[in-house]
Design a protein around this ligand. Sequence first.
Ligand code: C2E
Ligand code: MG
Ligand code: MG
Length: 576
Amino acid sequence: MFQEVELRDLALDRIRQGLCVFDEQQRLLLFNRRYAELYDLDPGQLWIGMTLRDVVDLRYAAGTGPGMPPEEYALWRDRIGIADQIVNTEVTLRNGHVHAIHHEPTLGGGWVATFDDVTERHQAEAHIRHMAHHDPLTGLPNRARFTEQLESTLARLRGESRLEDHRPTLPIGDWLVAVLFLDLDHFKDVNDTLGHAAGDALLRLVAGRVGRCLRPEDTLARFGGDEFAVLLDEQVTTAQQVAEVAQRVIDAASAPYDLDGHEAVVGVSVGITLCTRGDEAAQPALLLSQADTALYQAKTNKRGTCCFFRPEMYVALRRRKEMERDLRRALAERGLEVHFQPMVDIGSGRIGGAEALTRWSHPEHGMIPPSEFIPLAESAGLIDELGAWVLRTACARAANWDGLCVAVNLSPEQVRRPGLVELVTATLAETGLPASQLELEITEGSLLQETPATLLTLDRLRTLGVSIALDDFGTGFSSLSYLRRYPFTKLKIDRSFIAAMINDVGTAAIVQAVITLGRSLSMQVNAEGVETKAQLDMLRAMHCNDAQGYLLGRPCSGTVFEEMVALEQNTDTTTD
Ligand code: C2E
Ligand code: MG
Ligand code: MG
């Protein structure tokens, strides 16, 4: 037969919770084995009648007391009293375990306490909380966390200190909060050419480099994709300081990256907004939208730069967004047209082909020049679609031209991006235009970021049998080394030289030198923007191959161009 006490102990030890009971004098009346286990105690160390203080001292010595240093613990243990009300609490022990404790008073003035180890649940919750506030790829805070941080900074700025923020309220002064929005330039290229794993690696490297430009009290967050944000919190007192940080970030992020043996270069553009004390209207959403607007402006001005927000930017941004929408619609609804400008062989005076020039007639704003909508298409991510459309339209038209060639302009974005050779191959096959009748015009802008990929693209195009012209020669960096390195078939001298050469001997000498150089490198030379007979005569004397310009024909619709060609052929037949 079991004794009553044995039975009780047996029952107590089957309870999965730790349990102990104290009387009104804080003396231990009862405990179970699980209780001793939870606190790393030998059951023999505990005895009925010992005081609560003795028990907690044992726990502290075993490393399972409350997570506080000895001096603090000493004060705490002297103050513990009777648990005279129901209390549910969670306590982190010195060994890192978390216990959920439930106290309930007993009738006699003592209490019953139960104990559960909830460490795993706690860790899972902490993990989920971390996930909710951090970007899994880089481990940086995410947008939600950044916004919270910004909110708390702004509250401090307004003089309201938050409970969780122990820093003192700042004195009034020209103290600033700066929000920087960062976006990588050409990140998509890395993903497209080297794959997503390389893209992810790059984002982690960027996060590391940018982080090293900041102080510990600043916040760097990743908002997703290639977007990062920085909060410069304290001790920033001038816009100049902020600009310096932005420049450091740009310099650090723009240095080449080694991605598993592949070198990648990406730039970074930065939009900045500042907020001073007393700026009552400042809200996280507003500051973020301002920084975003400034970033958009920075990208439009020149990639790889920073730009401070100004209110006028909203107006410009709205107009740009509207124009982007309209351009997208024009592309989808045939609102664009390709015009053709004759290219004339100077020796024979005959039309040798035409340059395709895209026209956009906007329903409200009238004619928009390509100098405006091509950059718009680039920044709106529409250049691939637009470029492919122009190429297809021009080639399809020229396929009926009986040997005349068509020149199509390529924007630097198109040349840099993968897939150009495939696009050209497919377009030629689809339209039936022989490769020898297609000329692609590129500008020096395409060659600035000189990469083996660009050279390879141009080589492969040449192998297809397509001609390549260097457009606007003389206006860019005019590095003569490009001429030797790249397989151009033609040089097009920019019209500013043709306009100036009549009255300026120096310019005329340059034009002559370019023509001679071109010929010596077996390249055709074309003069752009010929408007007068005097210019044409001079070019003929210089042995320039062909010319383009208002004198010889303005850009016109395909039908008008074809009529011009037909007229020329008719004249030929009549004179024969
Ligand atoms: P570009 O390739 O140098 O084209 C020649 C530009 O000079 C055209 O301007 C043409 O209209 C203009 N022009 C031709 N002859 C004369 C002349 O005698 N006098 C004067 N003052 N101007 C003349 P447009 O059509 O405004 O095009 C400007 C630039 O936009 C082009 O320069 C080209 O770089 C770009 N572009 C045009 N269409 C496209 C396109 O479909 N794709 C790309 N990527 N760029 C294009
Ligand atoms: Mg051109
Ligand atoms: Mg040109």
